[in-house]
Design a protein around this ligand. Structure first.
Ligand code: PEP
Ligand code: MN
Length: 343
């Protein structure tokens, strides 16, 4: 349920509504948007109705929220959310470009990649130190050593760091090195992990599970937000279908659907989405055209020598070109969106 306040309602009226709800044991969430002030209510709908909130001073109306996600829903927060990561704003005016190797390999190699992707316009460096591999015999990542290399690359370049976290018990360690905690597709419904990252204020890049619906994905965002961390960035990375010529099927439908349902910024990972380097730039462009706030891609100076996911990894040169295209298309897409908004 949301309480829509009247235009020009006073601070005292808003406080009064919130106080009544809190006293009755409801969760409340205030959103002071550019057009409307909304008090989101978490708790049984029928019991909210019994309180007579619609008769309180300054209240315009009560509107039920039918979706099971609340804090993540656009009804609770009509304006788009932006998330600050160092000096970059995710969901802001410039597209977010996250690039780097699938796995962190060596310190010098990582710094070389970081310098190159920075020169091409990336704001954030990705690299897995703890890797979720399908086989226990595959390289599992360098662990904390890898995190140290990532921190060294930030020191050298100023790029923010994005790296995957797989266990609740490692949140403190990983959070002490990175700027964005990545939750991978395989852990999207690891609820203990979602709760643990929710207890921090670190931005979280929440990837969609490859067999999960959009609603399940937004409920996972809700788990993080319900613990008190509002800084959730969604990332579509492809879902499993019957198709075999691509590693996954990149579900770009999800971009406009999520933007309709939620205020959270959504990025796309075309590397895992298609699984073949030759299609990555095309699908990065398609992601931006669909309205994504940016992309995350795998990049390596010698993709054929990468320790993981080499076949879907862009060369530094291919990435440079992709980044340029993404910036151009983002500007064009934004101008289309502005035109649509005035129609
Ligand atoms: C990755 O980013 O390297 C990764 C493992 O991604 P996903 O969780 O989307 O498979
Ligand atoms: Mn990978």
């Amino acid at each position: 349920m949301i309480v829509v306040m009247k235009e020009g309602s006073t601070r005292a009226e808003i406080e009064q509504v919130m106080q009544v709800l809190k006293q009755k044991g409801f969760g409340v969430h205030l959103s002071e948007g550019t057009e409307q002030t909304i008090v989101g209510v978490i708790g049984p709908r029928d019991r909210v109705r019994e309180l007579g909130i619609e008769n309180m001073s300054g209240v315009e109306k009560l509107v039920p929220v039918s979706n099971p996600f609340k804090l993540a829903s656009r009804a609770f927060h009509p304006d788009n959310t932006t998330i600050q990561v160092l000096d970059h704003v995710v969901g802001g005016e410039t597209p977010t470009i996250i690039a780097g190797p699938c796995s962190v390999e060596s310190r010098d190699g990582l710094i070389e990649i970081a310098q190159a992707v920075k020169a091409s316009g990336a704001q954030l460096l990705r690299g897995g130190a703890f890797k979720p591999r399908s086989s226990p015999y595959s390289f599992q990542g360098l662990g904390e050593e890898g995190l140290k290399y990532l921190a060294a690359a930030r020191e050298e370049t100023g790029l923010g760091i994005v790296s995957e976290i797989m266990e609740p018990g490692l949140v403190e360690l990983v959070a002490s090195y990175v700027d964005v905690l990545q939750i991978g597709a395989r852990n999207m419904q690891n609820f203990a992990l979602l709760k643990a990252v929710g207890k921090t204020q670190k931005p979280v890049l929440l990837k969609r599970g490859f067999s999960n619906t959009i609603e399940e994905w937004l409920m996972s965002a809700e788990y993080i937000m319900a613990e008190g961390n509002p800084n959730v960035i969604l990332c579509e990375r492809g879902i499993r279908t019957f198709e075999t010529y691509t590693r996954n099927t990149l579900d770009l439908n999800a971009v406009p659907v999520v933007q309709h349902l939620s205020h959270l910024p959504v990025l796309v990972d075309p590397s895992h989405g298609v699984g073949h380097a030759r299609y990555v730039s095309t699908m990065a462009r398609a992601s931006i055209a669909a309205g994504a706030a940016g992309v995350i891609v795998e990049v390596h100076p010698k993709p054929e020598e990468a320790w993981s996911d080499g076949s879907q990894t862009l060369t530094l040169k291919a990435f440079d070109e992709m980044a340029r295209q993404v910036r151009q298309l983002h500007e064009l897409t934004k101008s289309f969106q502005r035109q649509e908004a005035t129609m």
